[in-house]
Write a protein that binds this ligand. Sequence first.
Ligand code: DGL
Length: 261
Amino acid sequence: MNYTLEQNMPVAVFDSGLGGLSTLIELRKLMPGEDFLYYGDFANSPYGTKSAEEVKRLAFECVKYLLSRKVKAIVIACNTATSAAAGSLRECYDFLPIIGAEPAIKPAVLYKSGSNVLVMATSMTLAEEKFKTLSQSLKDKANIIPLPCPGLVEFVERGDTDSPELCSFLKEHIEKNIRVKIDSVVLGCTHYPFVANVVSKIVGRDVPIFDGNKGIAKECKRRLEALSLLNLQSALGKVEITGNQIDDKKIKIAEKLMENK
Ligand code: DGL
């Protein structure tokens, strides 16, 4: 493929929907001079309840579109798509920095050894090899408790991050499935940091909550630096939010999510 990476190209960030905006927020904090192109695959959201094969196909579609927009790196701001497709995408597009997302279990385990670590993520992320290998490697250090949360992504997609319905949905879900005292929580889906406040209310304000977004931003910066691709402009970079089936309502919700973070 004849494709040249250049410093002034935007960094692409994609997700099944609006969840990846929580990653975009951290990327912008760390690299304010970069231009970003955010893409939500709204027509196919949510990913987490689909098969890995299907999500892989959809992730390739997203990347195909993003390459047509001339981007210099791709951030898969989606744990589910990373589990299903990151390896194959890297093989196929080996000239392109591709940065993935994974549940931030390590910092949670390091926070307190032998503790109960609740990992909230999509059904697919928790069923995939990537999560199994990671939790297996840490199983002697902590009790890792996976909790799939089908239905939660849809609240965030509607822009609902704190309603009484959301609170009772999450409270019931956690109380029904978790019988032990939780010492820390890992939000292993990029949609979930937008509801961290509600999670905190349920598990206790003193329980630390981890997500992988800062780690993704750091890794992205490191990769761009290594390839001399960092945008060195002093002005604030531009952000374009787009996607399939995007409309004014989605844009308004996106703006609200970005403001409240
Ligand atoms: N935000 C995504 C993740 O990190 C996908 C959620 C979904 O579409 O189910 O897993």
